[in-house]
Design a protein. Structure first.
Lengths: 227, 227
DNA sequence: TTATCATTCAAACGTTCGTTTGAATACCTG
DNA sequence: CAGGTATTCAAACGAACGTTTGAATGATAA
């Protein structure tokens, strides 16, 4: 399909993408100007337009560089689990861990800049600019379909509508946590040293999301339980 | 303390705040220009600077108008529950419902523009501009402290660290759901007519968040359960 | 009515934005 | 080495930004 995407990036393009990842994360897409971006990358102001065409195209390239491989890794991990299980149904927790793990492994990769990208990604979901959201939705679609099918197999008794909602909730938990954990500090008390321990975070997120996904159905209980 | 905030708003100021709520939600804080804002409000370009001082001050005013009353409502609802219980501990679900309910009641208030504000709020958590985040954190602080105390009383066996994390997760679920449900459509299949039913959403969110808050502790189970 | 204050208005301010240009330099192929 | 393509560079473009100005208008009280 997208064979034309294999054109390798030269060093200037990589420098620009790295700088953009960091500055978009810090200042937002509109807040990071072409002059800031090119200064940080150590290239000429005209380089972005020359190599990518426009600022919008650069934004798209920033997402394309990481998102496809991250979701491919998610799918590969899921299929590895299914192969190991040899036909036996997976637990919901294992499926969730396969999804969450990819994000957190990238968070740990501070050296490669993946950390900046993950934070940036969490922010992009609530970004008002429509083309960005459409692009992200499209790049997530295959992985989402695949994971949805896995959840259906793991939880055949859970109605599809409910599953979709709970996947939304799980995704929100993940996106917000990755984007805002170090920025908004609404609830005082979290140990700062824990905030960057990806392994601890993966366990905590997986536990929370698993429990939420497996929650008793709310539709039938509109009122509080009897006291 | 802030007695000077009681100065009542005139019609021009209200028109500006309403327009700002909607346009900030649609285009972001930087994307909505003074000319767009004043045009939508039907006032002169200079009116914002005259009445609020600057664009940043307008952003702050947008949040101040709604956030204090929303969090005050949350605290009032919580104290109502505690009074009804007459000393008996509240269920975690009831506490969560008190928190979530305030947001969803505002979502239902499409007429008064509360819906725009809630969406805007969800987006602000991931906003890079620091003054906005600091302001929001400060305006949330009293309610957060109050709810944290309520959760501690309801769940004395849950370690404080863990509670803080799970409150973060719950908050993320809520923020993302309110901000992105109608924008990002990552998972296909949700019935569109359900997306705006606040009562249904409250039940679903409460069920999900309650289960997540009450999840078994993950810290002790670093590895998957024995097969 | 006249004096005083608050508000609205059209116009302009200087700055920064994303993008384009055309010449200069680097790189590669024959 | 020569010729051609790819890249970098300094400079400038018009447009849009948030803000300021000073006069015009409205409301209020003596």
């Amino acid at each position: 399909m997208n064979l034309r995407a294999i054109k390798p990036l030269n060093e200037t393009q990589i420098r620009i993408l790295d700088a953009a990842e960091e500055l978009f994360m810090q200042h937002g897409f509109e807040g990071a100007s072409m002059r800031m971006l090119t200064a940080k990358a150590g290239v000429n102001l005209a380089a972005i337009n020359y190599h990518f065409g426009s600022k919008d195209a650069l934004i798209e390239a920033v997402f394309r560089r990481r998102l496809d491989v991250m979701n491919a890794e998610r799918i590969a991990q899921l299929e590895r689990l299914e192969q190991e299980a040899a036909g036996a149904p997976l637990t919901a927790e294992a499926i969730i861990r396969a999804f969450v793990g990819a994000s957190l492994r990238m968070i740990e990769d501070a050296r490669g800049g993946g950390r900046n990208f993950i934070r940036l990604l969490g922010r992009a979901y609530t970004e008002p600019a429509k083309p960005i959201r459409a692009l992200i939705g499209q790049m997530y679609a295959p992985a989402m379909e695949r994971f949805k099918a896995a959840f259906v197999r793991a939880l055949p008794e859970l109605p599809k509508d409910e599953l979709v909602w709970r996947m939304h909730f799980m995704f929100g938990t993940l996106a917000y946590t990755l984007a805002a954990t170090d920025t908004v500090q609404l609830i005082a008390g979290a140990k700062p040293e824990d905030r960057y321990d990806a392994r601890l975070l993966e366990n905590r997120l997986t536990a929370f999301m698993s429990a939420g996904l497996l929650a008793p159905l709310a539709g039938t209980i509109n009122v509080k339980k009897a006291a």
